[in-house]
Each structure stands twice: as C-alpha cells, then as structure tokens.
Design a protein around this ligand. Structure first.
Ligand code: ATP
Length: 298
C-alpha cells in the first residue's frame, strides 16, 4: 500500500526549474531514499510535501492511518536548518515542539532515550556538538510518534562515528514500522539505509524503484581461458548472453537471467579450452547509478 502519491509536481524559482513534472509513490513502511546531487530539487520536494513550500503545480496525497491527523502531527521532519532556541536546553526545546505537536512528556522521554540524548538533555542547545544537534533534531521529529519521518541530509557535516550513529537510528526507526523519506546526495548512505529510492537530477526523476531491483537485475560473470579466441566464439554462440566485453584481459559477460549460469558453464566445457577464471561479479549500486545518469545524458 502507498502512503504517499506524488503526481506531476513542478516548482520553479524564477527561471530555475527546481522540480520538473515529478511523480513517484512511497510504499508504506519503506525507507525511501531521494538521491541526487546538490541543487537537484530534494529539499524543494520535501518542502512541498510538508506544506512549507508553496506555489507549485501538480499534486500529492498522503494516505495516513491516524484519523483526523494533520500532517504536522503525523509527519515528523528534520530539515536542513533546525529551528531550536540556542539558549534553551535540549529538553526545553523538545517541550516546546511537543506543545506544538500535542505530544506527551512520555514521548519526550522515549525520544531522548532512543537518540541517546537523555544524558545531554539539561545542557543548552548552543553547547551541543553537531552530532548532538542532529540527534536532538531526530528526537524532535519523533515526537508524537508520527507514521512518517522526513529527513533532509541528516548526516551532513558529521564525523564518521556520528554518521554511523544516525544511520543506525534511521534503520531502527524503519524497523519500528515508520515510513521514512531520506534525502541524501550520498549513494553510499542510500544504499546502506534505504529499501527504495528515487534518483533526481535537475529536478527530474531518473529512476524509481526498490534498491535491490537496481543491483540484481542482471547477472555479470567474469570469464577467462587459456584460449581467449575459442572462448570468445563459444560465448558468442551461447543464447542468453546480453553483452560481452573485454576488460583487463577478461571477458565480462552479462546474462539476462541468473539461471543461465549453469548452462553457460556446461557450454564452455570444451576440449580445446581450459577455463582459468569464472566468477560472478556483484554489481555495485554505484555502477548502476552511473549508468542511469549516463542514459539520461545520452
Ligand atoms: N528559495 C529559493 N529561491 C531561489 N532558488 C531556490 C530556492 N530554493 C531552491 N532554489 C533552487 O532550486 C534548485 C533546487 O534546490 P534544492 O534545495 O531543492 O535542491 P537539493 O537537491 O535539496 O540541494 P541541496 O542538498 O543543495 O539543498 C536549486 O537550483 C536551488 O538553487
């Protein structure tokens, strides 16, 4: 079931087309990565979905469970510039947000514990490290136990340990059943955390789907033999090969289906040939991502 459906969304700032005819849907319970370089329209899209950016074309609809819920209560957000009072403590800042969202003090306690901010709750926000500020922002987004959380570049500027902590928290929030929209310019982040992704470039959608559909669509095998010419002709004879190329002395073979692997190795069992190398290569998301961008530009 879809928790969000976005249809033909467009938004311009003067001559800049920040979002162009964007449609996508978000399955309930998924962690949806919105991946794109800086300026690709991620924040603008999230701003529209949160009703803070206006003057757009197209539409979107949330399919939230809680009855009579408005977006403010049922969608927790961490945006790029958090709105906390520097001279107040973390706890006090959360109390203010809880008041606005109608969240309880037990929500505050849960959020502080989950984010590891309980021990820092009595310190002033202005004295927090960047990592603590981000954790407080996640705590704030959790208040009211929303069904959906929207996180815009939540690990920006953090050190590797801080990045790992925040990513782990996002995965745990997903395990709790929350639907999460995560904007990121980091492929590695999206790969580690998300179940689904859309790829944006210059406000346009280049890809939408589950992460694993990107990485497991075709099977790639590296093959070498003592008689490369013979190997080449045998490969060319085999039905089910989508493409053959030679890279660093090895043949890289793309199979339409993984079930062809067995037949291929039988087919290569030839008296004139000794196979010296035969291994399946796991395609990285990065490679697929680059292919998507390349296809878009050509
Ligand atoms: N308030 C604004 N006024 C004018 N231009 C804007 C405004 N907000 C965004 N833009 C422009 O719209 C385009 C998309 O920006 P957006 O912030 O949505 O991208 P992004 O993918 O979130 O990038 P970043 O990670 O850098 O925020 C950019 O060219 C940006 O300069």
């Amino acid at each position: 079931m879809e928790i969000l459906t976005v249809t033909n969304l467009s938004k311009s700032f003067g001559k800049v087309k920040a979002v162009q005819n964007l449609s996508f849907s978000v399955p309930k319970g998924s962690i949806m990565g919105i991946l794109g370089p800086n300026g690709s329209g991620k924040s603008t899209t999230l701003g529209i979905l949160l009703n803070v950016t206006h003057g757009y074309q197209g539409s979107f609809s949330w399919n939230l469970n809680k009855e009579n819920s408005n977006a403010r209560q049922n969608i927790g957000a961490l945006l790029e510039t958090p709105n906390f009072y520097p001279y107040l403590t973390g706890a006090k800042n959360l109390e203010i947000v809880a008041e606005i969202k109608g969240a309880s003090s037990s929500d505050i306690k849960t959020a502080l514990e989950f984010t590891g901010m309980k021990e820092h709750a009595k310190r002033k926000y202005q004295n927090y490290s960047l990592g603590m500020k981000q954790r407080l922002a996640i705590a704030s987004a959790m208040l009211g136990d929303p069904e959906v959380m929207i996180l815009d570049e939540p690990t920006n500027g953090l050190d590797p340990e801080g990045i790992a902590e925040i990513r782990q928290m996002i995965i745990e929030l997903g395990d709790k059943g929350k639907t999460i929209l995560l904007a990121s310019h980091l492929l590695d982040e999206v790969e580690k955390v998300c179940s689904h992704l859309i790829v944006l470039d210059k406000g346009e959608k280049l890809y939408e789907g589950p992460i694993n559909a990107l990485t497991t669509s075709d099977t790639i095998v590296e093959i070498n033999a003592d008689n490369p010419e013979k190997l080449k002709s045998l490969l060319e004879d085999f039905n089910g090969i989508k493409s053959i190329k030679k890279e660093s002395g090895k043949f890289i073979v793309q199979l339409g289906d993984r079930s062809y692997l067995k037949d291929l190795s039988k087919h290569l069992n030839d008296q004139e040939l000794t196979i010296t190398h035969f291994s399946e290569v796991k395609k990285s998301l990065e490679e697929e991502f680059l292919n998507i961008i390349k296809r878009h530009k050509s």
